[in-house]
Write a protein that binds this ligand. Sequence first.
Ligand code: FES
Length: 368
Amino acid sequence: MTDHLPEPTHADHQGIATEEPIANPGLPEHQWRPTDVDPRAEKRAERQVAALFGLAILGAIGFIASYVVFKVGDNPDTIANLGASNVALGVCLAVTLFGMGAGMIQWARKLMGDHEIVEMRHPASSSEEDREAAVSILQTSLEESGLGRRPLIRNSLLAAGGILGLLPIVMLRDLGPLPGDKLDHTIWDIDTWTPEMQAWWKTQNRTLQRVVRDVVGTPIKVTDLVIGDLVNAEPEVMFAVDAETKQPVVEGTQLLVDKSKAAVILHRMLPSDIVSQQTMNWSVDGIVCYSKICTHVGCPISLNERTTHHLLCPCHQSTFDLADSGRVLFGPAARPLPQLELTVDDQGYLAAKRDFTVPVGPSFWERG
Ligand code: FES
């Protein structure tokens, strides 16, 4: 029973209410817990709490025993014990913590004092004396620092503070340099290739660059894709190897930069599902090819809804319609996904007819 503290009376609450602008509705009538009114329930709760603390003791003993029993080391005889030791230690520690926590919760809920109290808030503002003391401390500090008497120090301090404010402005320069026309073309445009790439291309005796599978670099025929397929792809030059040196023609930073701009996705749908005339003209038997780089802030996209032909960017959920020129259906992207014009070469492989006609990726200041 918790009758050692007086309960607030109804009259108390009424008294408080008259001092406040909004009437205090007071507290509902107190409901005593079974353990407050039934000594047998109180004893039962006491035993429950003790049992939970006992469980915690058993867990702790088990923890120590596990530590001793499982010999852990790096020789073949003991290495198998490592997993068992970890499991046993973890389980015993969990039992100990559970027993302690649950015991304390039961103790507080069922046995500790159960009485409502009303505590008036203190005023939020400081007292007049405290404020005067604070002002006095500030004035004393100013006098002791001599700031008023030493204009040289004061002015140089103000100048240093002002310069400090300029530093973030200087760092704005790191947002540049502006890309110029570097984002207007990708490696799909053979005319922009380096001499090494051009030399390799001459050995291929072809005019159209193939669209090949990402990672493995295998060329793709129309019949390789079924309706609903979505394939990550790249320009074939990314996998070109110099016949003499046996080294990749594109490598290092150039490879990463070119790949990040030229990555595409291929998707096959029924030609009758294609909505826009441009998408139809730039497709091959229902296969469309789009930039993989989201036009919002440039995340790679490849979440595809097979039946609707919607492509979803995982970063901020921009959704593009692959059947309708990459039109934005939803989300923060402001521009359609650039489409790459497809064709097939003389050996029946999918190839790009030309570079993207608009810059890929997010918007930038110099973009037309
Ligand atoms: S980067 Fe694609 S929605 Fe933001």
